[in-house]
Design a binder for this molecule. Sequence first.
Ligand code: ZN
Ligand code: ZN
Length: 73
Amino acid sequence: MTMDIFDPKAKCEKCKGEEIATVYCGHPLPDKISPKIKEHLHRQCKRCGFNWVEKCLNSEQDISVIDLKEEKR
Ligand SMILES: [Zn+2]
Ligand SMILES: [Zn+2]
């Protein structure tokens, strides 16, 4: 499973709803879904309730910074 980068204009893939709630979440996701990704955004369609997760826009940058710090230790 791959996570898409946050898209402010995303539409619900189930009902094509355009009103999507966004909630920031700082806890790590299970490694099976997305290793190394800690923070993420939960998206939920306000019409049908379908929900999914997306990467924060700055998540790629955060990961490389963390990796560099770990290599130096
Ligand atoms: Zn979460
Ligand atoms: Zn929907």
